[in-house]
Design a protein around this ligand. Sequence first.
Ligand code: P71
Length: 471
Amino acid sequence: MAFDRPTERDGGTVTDTGWFEPYKIKTVERIPITTRQQRATALDAAGWNTFLLRSEDVTIDLLTDSGTSAMSDRQWAALMVGDEAYAGSRNFYRLEETVRRYYGYRHMVPTHQGRGAEHIVSELLIAEGDVVPGNMYFTTTRLHQELAGGTFVDVIGDDAHDPANRDPFKGNVDLDKLEKVLAGEARVPYVSVAATVNMAGGQPISLENLHAVRELADRHGAKVILDATRAVENAFFIKEREPGQQDRSIEEILLETCSYSDGCTMSGKKDSLVNIGGWLCVNDDDLAAQAKNLCVVYEGLHTYGGLAGRDMEAMAVGIEESVDLDHIRARILQVRELGEQLQAAGVPIVEPIGGHAVFLDAKRIYPHIPQDAFPAQRLAAEIFLDSGTRTMERGNVSAGRDPATGANRHPALELVRLTIPRRVYTSRHLAAVARSVGDVAARAADTPGLEMVYEPEYLRFFQARFRPLAG
Ligand code: P71
């Protein structure tokens, strides 16, 4: 398939109807089709929190793209060559070699998933009182930085906080903001950069910006740690949008992306097409030795890191498949197609349409619901009631409370995420979702908010419970 799609450099969206999935389907799984009464009962039992629904009550599951992708025949075959030795599994060496080849770092430590790597790197590099600047928070990343004694400071460009702004690289770091933090009183052990930026809507960061972050960090003696979770998706956007990058391969762009950092954390459950797994990379030999040592404390021996040998083998194959241009192109264009259908139905979404998900702008859909009555949480519940489609709140509930004051954070973005698992749903599934969301948005005026009736201490969005306010 030729890479001949017009670019989005001017911020406009261009519909491409010529894409198709570069695979055929070998196994299928029946999905539940439910009545509105069944969905209402399930939602009540789940405390109006989509994380607490049973998947057997969900028709189309767009909660997350994390660990929900379909493995290929090659990956299923890889499971059969798992070497389940406690130490020195052959699959570890295969994974190490594959990560080195595609991501370019010297050392790789496997972890059970992304947050395992975040835990280790945060504990190794952050000391009490440190400040960690980054291009917007991610929930688990920031929590591990805080638990290690650090304070996260958002240095993403202002554009990223405006859902209607069409900057093609809305994930970029604001270099002035970063410079101020680096020049400040507090020690900055590293700059935490994500490619793409999940909470901003799956928005990419450019090579030019990454390079500038590297130079600035060097000048102030700070490291750069990349969150490479969706760096392959980011590489596609660079190829599509960044001047001079159109003729380079995804592999080349990925290697250059990683070359601007001292290490990375990775959730293999996204780009790398596996149901479980992750890793931590660093270039520094001493740091690698320390990371391996912490790995045995929290994850398991440094040649398995909480994974079975077969999991590491499937992840190595997944990495190879992830950089295939036909794969990543179809992945991004499928997400974009859903976004364009929602736009055509008049539903306000975050623009440009991101890599892994379409984000609905709940503030514009429910302008009458105050943020403390959780408009995005309510919207996710309404979409489930309408069609059994499961989505995720990414707003007030996800942002949690300020650890210093205990007050609710009021993020600029009050969003519902429709996240697309890789190689799982067809265009007709997504067209059905677009119709349902359009119907829910059309009834918006009658919908009141929610009140929170149970709030856990950490990452409250996972387990909080709600009750609908009277209409
Ligand atoms: C997503 C997830 C999974 C998730 C995590 C927390 C709340 C809800 C859902 C996980 C990421 C991610 C980025 C950029 C690190 C992790 C942690 N995303 N960085 O989007 O998106 O990885 O889940 O493997 O521990 O649904 P992990």
